[in-house]
Every structure is written in structure tokens, then in C-alpha cells.
Design a protein around this ligand. Structure first.
Ligand SMILES: [Zn+2]
Length: 87
């Protein structure tokens, strides 16, 4: 979904929300910005009923989480390399 890979987005009707992207971890949690664009897009999609539900069988969930964590770790390594090389 994102330009740099998929993100896990979790939110409800309260202020609680989570996104696995770099911006959420480093800018939203520090209070620099109120939300990442994934959460904004997910809330907008839900409000306009423009989303698709994908259901996993229990035995498929482990593989999904492994792929997601691997993708997140890869994105963070890439971001850290970019930060290191720019300083
Ligand atoms: Zn995000």
C-alpha cells in the first residue's frame, strides 16, 4: 500500500491508532505530527466504505506476520542507511 512497502494499520473510533511505518514511529509518537498518511487514508477509506477486507485462516497468519515484520525491518534498515549516509 505504501510507496516503500506495506504497512500494518490498526485504529478504531478512539484516538488510539498504530501504523508500522517510519513516520508513525518517529514523527507521530514524538508528537511532531498528528498522524501518518496511512492512518489518514485508512480512516478516509473506512468513512467512504472504499476498502477491501482480506480474511486469513489461522494457519496463514504466521506467514503473513513473518512477511510483514521482514518488510518493516527491511524498510527501517534502508531508512537508517539513508540517515547515516546523509550525516
Ligand atoms: Zn503510516
Amino acid at each position: 500500500m505504501g510507496r516503500e512497502g506495506d504497512c500494518l494499520v490498526d485504529f478504531d473510533d478512539t484516538d488510539r491508532a498504530y501504523c508500522s511505518c517510519y513516520d508513525f514511529h518517529f514523527r507521530v509518537l514524538s508528537g511532531s505530527v498528528p498522524s501518518c498518511y496511512h492512518l489518514l487514508a485508512a480512516r478516509l477509506a473506512r468513512a467512504e466504505s472504499k476498502f477491501e477486507t482480506i480474511s486469513f485462516a489461522d494457519e496463514e497468519f504466521e506467514g503473513f506476520l513473518r512477511a510483514l515484520v521482514s518488510d518493516i525491518a527491511s524498510n527501517l534498515r534502508t531508512k537508517n542507511r539513508k540517515i547515516s549516509s546523509s550525516s
